[in-house]
Write a protein that binds this ligand. Structure first.
Ligand code: CP
Ligand code: NVA
Length: 301
């Protein structure tokens, strides 16, 4: 494992190992202890899109591990003026020990990886958000104490977070049921990949069918970054794919409700549910820090 571009870059063993390291890191932080695993190491963080959780958790992770991070807004570096991704990657490889990149186009992060001799991490693309899935699997482990045989219902857009969740579920033996309107399904290559590694992936247009007896309900925004022009069409298309009390009532009594955040209360999820007793969204957000520390240790030590 050299880079993390897609969840499909991980074997089940890699993923379990990352979760184990994340748990140790979490315990250490709770006890007020850090370590110097990444002393004298630097991470370049290229962002073409906004971020709260990803940016802050990577920066804090590097600092807690004794390393250093450089936030590089794409408009402030020469990529914004037309320098190639290839040259940027080769140059950064001479200075730093890892690159994470949040990009508009998945090909950008692939191109960074192809031209670097240091690890490259996908910090969200239009196709995947693997760092989110690492934190989500840690959260599921904490609440459910197992993976195999769980049912996760994804209600809403078959987007980047959904794609990474599908592969993450396949790697760990969680059955995933995706309920989305026609035309907003997850990518076929992702579903095929998940099934090829033994994952159970069901796609339906019926949110209630997906939610029935679910252990985990998950949703994400109806309008992702870069899709703002489609907003009206999307709000219409997704209006019957909201996680609300009716959907929660179809799921198991001990269901956990997940959302990668940022959330739009009243659209993909009601305030009552996201701020209610089943919600684990702030644990997910916290776990971004611990899971990414584990990933950085795996890739950069
Ligand atoms: N979930 C997530 O990636 O949040 P940010 O966009 O704030 O980084
Ligand atoms: N699907 C969302 C996730 C944000 C973390 C987006 O791409 O904007």
């Amino acid at each position: 494992m050299k880079h993390l571009i897609s969840m499909a870059d991980l074997s089940p063993e890699n993923l379990i190992d990352i979760l184990d390291i994340a748990e140790t890191q979490k315990q250490m932080r709770l006890r007020g202890k850090n370590n110097d695993s990444l002393k004298n190491k630097s991470l370049a963080m290229i962002f073409e899109k906004s971020s709260t959780r990803t940016r802050v958790s990577f920066e804090v992770a590097m600092s807690d591990l004794g390393g250093h991070s450089l936030y590089l807004n794409y408009n402030d570096i020469q990529i914004g003026r037309g320098e190639t991704i290839e040259d940027t990657s080769k140059v950064l490889s001479r200075y730093v020990h890892g690159i994470c990149a949040r990009v508009n186009n998945h090909n950008t992060v692939l191109e960074l990886a192809r031209n670097s001799n240091i690890p490259v991490i996908n910090a969200l693309s239009d196709i995947e958000h693997p760092c989110q899935t690492l934190a989500d699997m840690l959260t599921i482990k904490e609440y459910k104490k197992k993976f195999c045989g769980l049912k996760l219902a994804w209600i809403g857009d078959g987007n980047n977070v959904c794609n990474s969740t599908i592969i993450g579920c396949a790697l760990l033996g969680i059955d995933i049921h995706v309920a989305c309107p026609k035309g907003y399904e997850p990518r076929k290559q992702i579903v095929d990949k998940a099934r090829s590694i033994g994952g159970v992936v069901e796609i339906t247009n019926d949110a209630y069918e997906a939610a029935l007896n679910a252990d985990i309900l998950y949703t994400d925004v109806w309008v992702s970054m870069g899709e703002e022009e489609e907003k009206l069409n999307r709000l219409n298309a997704f209006s019957s794919y909201q996680i609300n009390s009716d959907i929660v009532n179809k799921a198991n009594n001990d269901v956990i409700v997940m959302h990668c955040l940022p959330a739009h209360r009243g659209e993909e999820i009601t305030a009552e549910v996201i701020d209610g007793p089943h919600s684990v969204v702030f644990d997910q957000a916290e776990n971004r820090l611990h899971a990414q520390k584990a990933l950085l240790i795996k890739l950069m030590c």
